[in-house]
Ligand binder design. Structure first.
Ligand SMILES: *[C@@H]1O[C@H](CO)[C@@H](O)[C@H](O)[C@H]1NC(C)=O
Ligand SMILES: *[C@@H]1O[C@H](CO)[C@@H](O)[C@H](O)[C@H]1NC(C)=O
Ligand SMILES: *[C@@H]1O[C@H](CO)[C@@H](O)[C@H](O)[C@H]1NC(C)=O
Ligand SMILES: *[C@@H]1O[C@H](CO)[C@@H](O)[C@H](O)[C@H]1NC(C)=O
Ligand SMILES: *[C@@H]1O[C@H](CO)[C@@H](O)[C@H](O)[C@H]1NC(C)=O
Ligand SMILES: *[C@@H]1O[C@H](CO)[C@@H](O)[C@H](O)[C@H]1NC(C)=O
Ligand SMILES: *[C@@H]1O[C@H](CO)[C@@H](O)[C@H](O)[C@H]1NC(C)=O
Ligand SMILES: *[C@@H]1O[C@H](CO)[C@@H](O)[C@H](O)[C@H]1NC(C)=O
Ligand SMILES: *[C@@H]1O[C@H](CO)[C@@H](O)[C@H](O)[C@H]1NC(C)=O
Length: 483
């Protein structure tokens, strides 16, 4: 213990850095410091002054490979400090790592000031004056050598605008400030966070245009900006993001033609553009995105569903509700071996349901209601063995409803209204396991239509009138004869 103390003190003096924590005898400093500004402990007030001289923010770029989590100190440079709050007790930082940590902690404390820190639900540690202590602050996570790598201030009652000090966080990988009251735009300077992989600002009140600068962030993989009020369109520069996997822009005010550059997002796995005001049609070449698993769009799209969608074999979810898509459902969708959700509710689709959909053995949710589909229900739908939800109501489907067994998991099925001409025979439509029974197919109206020739008179005012007229004539004739 003693030895280690002198060892540390020696190197500290050598580097002309007297650090507060070395004067304590190795005890629980991070916790005892947290009472912050009120404290009069001289060892603490000493920290900022002795530190400031070597913390020029602009010289912070640590290494050539900024995107890597820094490896521990090079063997040549001696350890500068140990026992940094929030890091393992035996962890040592070199001077460069320590300087960077101080820059990051100072920037974070500025965030606390500009984002309404006193109102935060959890701000444990954030008022600590020790600018090496932020690895121990609530929602801040460091790598073993004091690089701030994650900040997750989710639902913490933050208010104000996103700070623009991202050059202070060269190791930051994951920033999540979702579910707060952030306002204003996203500063272009966010792109200085060169290691950022995930940005999450879902559910705030951010507005303005989407920042083009995001397109220059080398390792950005995930953008979540749902439920804000961004307007304009998606910057073309975003198509340059080589690693972008998730793009969620749902519930904003984005508009203009559906961005055709989307087709160039070669690594995209999940695309959600729901509840915006994009117009125009889906790019016909959308099928060249090889990794796309989820395509969700509720906008004002028109035009047909591109045949090329059937080439994206990774697709699991296609959801394009409540728009004005028209044309036929491409039979190529039957080529999607992993498809689980196909939701095209409330569009203007015409033609018949492609029997190829019966190839979708993993399909769980098929919603085609409120379109203008006609033709018969293909019996092949009975082959979708995983189907749980099936809605075909509010279409113009006709023909005889197929005599098929309902998939065993089918739990929710809407078939009416449609224009079926006939139900399956009674032994099928009264059988609990049949699709007709499970979907409560109503053939009453059809029976009416069929029996029209026989019992029409009862509700045909015209024929009734003619009948009455003839009867009157006969009666009149009879009276005439009698008299
Ligand atoms: C620091 O002190 C607090 C309060 O005395 C205690 O609960 C905590 O376990 C201590 N932490 C360490 C790392 O010793
Ligand atoms: C710190 O100690 C832990 C175990 O307490 C050990 O696993 C780790 O390797 C040590 N780290 C260093 C840098 O010595
Ligand atoms: C946002 O601000 C409003 C009004 O000031 C408040 O009612 C609401 O709770 C805040 N929401 C969050 C997530 O902080
Ligand atoms: C998200 O935004 C949409 C549209 O602005 C709104 O209808 C919805 O209620 C929001 N969701 C939540 C959970 O606030
Ligand atoms: C975005 O909204 C702002 C403020 O409402 C408005 O001034 C601006 O013209 C809009 N921009 C676009 C492209 O819609
Ligand atoms: C789908 O892929 C095949 C083979 O790569 C290609 O020949 C075809 O043109 C593509 N279809 C569409 C509609 O893009
Ligand atoms: C649907 O298509 C019909 C015929 O093409 C057209 O008259 C109608 O306006 C369309 N409805 C919508 C909502 O686009
Ligand atoms: C109902 O249909 C199933 C499947 O076709 C069949 O196995 C079963 O025997 C039928 N039940 C009755 C009572 O007809
Ligand atoms: C079946 O359809 C007819 C005509 O549309 C309607 O009057 C009747 O109430 C429906 N029956 C059921 C059980 O839904």
């Amino acid at each position: 213990m003693k030895n280690r103390f002198w060892w540390i003190l020696f190197f500290s003096l050598l580097l002309l850095t007297v650090h507060a924590e070395d004067n304590d005898d190795d005890s629980n400093d991070s916790a005892t410091d947290s009472s912050s500004d009120a404290t009069t402990d001289p060892s603490i007030t000493e920290t900022p002054s002795s530190v400031d001289s070597d913390s020029e923010p602009s010289t912070s770029m640590p290494s050539s490979s900024a995107t890597d989590i820094p490896s521990p100190a090079t063997p040549a440079s001696p350890p500068a400090i140990s026992n940094v709050p929030g890091l393992a007790a035996n962890q040592t930082l070199n001077q460069q790592q320590l300087d960077q940590l101080k820059i990051s902690c100072s920037a974070l404390q500025q965030w606390y000031t500009t984002l309404g820190g006193p109102q935060w639900l959890d701000s444990t540690g954030w008022t600590n004056n020790d600018m090496t202590s932020c690895c121990s602050w609530a929602k801040v996570y460091c790598n073993p050598v004091g690089g701030v790598i994650r900040i997750t201030l989710i639902g913490n009652n933050l208010a104000g605008s996103i700070p623009s000090t991202f050059q202070s966080f060269p190791h930051l990988v994951h920033l999540d400030m979702s579910y707060n009251n952030l306002t204003g735009g996203i500063p272009d300077s966010i792109a200085a966070g060169l290691a950022i992989q995930t940005l999450n600002f879902n559910f705030n009140q951010l507005s303005g245009l989407l920042p083009a600068s995001l397109g220059s962030m080398p390792v950005l993989a995930s953008i979540h900006l749902a439920n804000n009020t961004f307007n304009g369109t998606i910057p073309d520069s975003w198509a340059n993001l080589p690693l972008l996997k998730t793009l969620d822009l749902s519930n904003n005010k984005l508009s203009g033609p559906f961005p055709t550059s989307i087709a160039n997002y070669r690594s995209l796995v999940s695309l959600s553009l729901s509840s915006n005001a994009f117009t125009g049609s889906l790019p016909h070449n959308i099928g060249i995105m090889p990794s796309l698993k989820s395509l969700v769009s509720k906008n004002q799209l028109t035009g047909p569903i591109p045949e090329s969608l059937g080439n994206i074999t990774a697709l699991v979810t296609i959801s394009m509700r409540s728009q004005s898509l028209n044309g036929q459902i491409p039979s190529s969708l039957g080529n999607l071996p992993n498809l689980q959700v196909l939701d095209l509710t409330r569009n203007n689709l015409t033609g018949s349901i492609p029997p190829q959909l019966g190839n979708l053995v993993h399909l769980r949710n098929l919603r085609l209601s409120r379109n203008a589909l006609d033709g018969a229900v293909p019996a092949e739908l009975g082959l979708c063995g995983q189907l749980q939800i099936l809605t075909l109501n509010y279409n113009a489907l006709s023909g005889t409803f197929p005599s098929i067994v309902a998939p065993p998991a089918l739990a929710f099925c809407h078939m009416q209204p449609n224009s079926f001409d006939a139900c399956p025979p009674n032994d099928v439509s009264m059988n609990y396991s049949s699709m007709a029974f499970q979907c409560s197919v109503n053939c009453t109206s059809a029976k009416h239509k069929k029996s029209e020739g026989i019992s029409v008179s009862s509700n045909s005012p015209f024929l009734l009138t003619v009948f009455m007229a003839i009867l009157a004539l006969i009666v009149q004739e009879a009276i005439h004869v009698i008299l």
